[in-house]
Design a protein around this ligand. Sequence first.
Ligand SMILES: CC(C)(COP(=O)(O)OP(=O)(O)OC[C@H]1O[C@@H](n2cnc3c(N)ncnc32)[C@H](O)[C@@H]1OP(=O)(O)O)[C@@H](O)C(=O)NCCC(=O)NCCS
Length: 218
Amino acid sequence: MRDLLPSTVAVAVAGPEDWTGDLLPAEQACLSERAVQTRRRDFAAGRNCARRALRDLGLPTAAVPAAADRAPVWPTGVVGSITHTAGYCAAAAAHTTDIRSVGMDAEQHRKINPGVRRLVLLPEEEAACARLPSDISWPVVLFSAKETIYKVWYPVVRSWLDFHDARLDIDPDAGTFTARIAPARVDAAGVDDPPASITGRFVIADGLVRTAAVLPLH
Ligand SMILES: CC(C)(COP(=O)(O)OP(=O)(O)OC[C@H]1O[C@@H](n2cnc3c(N)ncnc32)[C@H](O)[C@@H]1OP(=O)(O)O)[C@@H](O)C(=O)NCCC(=O)NCCS
């Protein structure tokens, strides 16, 4: 993830100890008592990475609880993002004086079935994927990129974005993507300067697809 984000964003990738690391009380309170072991491990890894990213920004230790809508609650003056998938977890954090929002996502590099593809991809995106080299599962790259877009969008606008509300153009050689948000969602956003377009980066390595994007201040 480090290479996908600007240097103003602190990035921490989970090491073995993060998956079993402690939670702060405010974080522990967000985890259901019925949470299964894998969920506990994912949540702990995310929070331990978040804490390291905050420390790298020069900030004191602070809890990162989850809001009722599941979005992480970062300390005042900080934006951030968390992702986990089997065997991988990372968190990113940045000062709001440097960027407006950050999102990132990691997925297993695998094929996705036609039903899920229809849910995630617009017909023109499906057609574009079919024209790209077949050694890569491009639909999962777009899926991950759209989840990243949602994680950038949501903290700014606080509203839902459907998978078909973002149209992605991907540049396979540059490892970049640009999402154009449906004008109806932008018009309804109800915030100053709502993001109409978000650009990010992707990498495929070690069996994973990783995507990340930031929304600059202006
Ligand atoms: C929220 C969502 C994007 C998470 O992605 P995921 O692949 O399921 O899971 P990841 O491990 O990558 O990310 C999970 C983390 O996202 C963060 N997250 C959850 N809701 C969030 C939100 N509304 N905004 C920002 N971050 C959020 C949390 O930190 C969560 O980890 P935690 O529960 O341990 O704190 C996904 O579950 C979802 O709801 N997607 C539908 C909306 C969407 O993606 N639309 C596409 C628009 S183009």
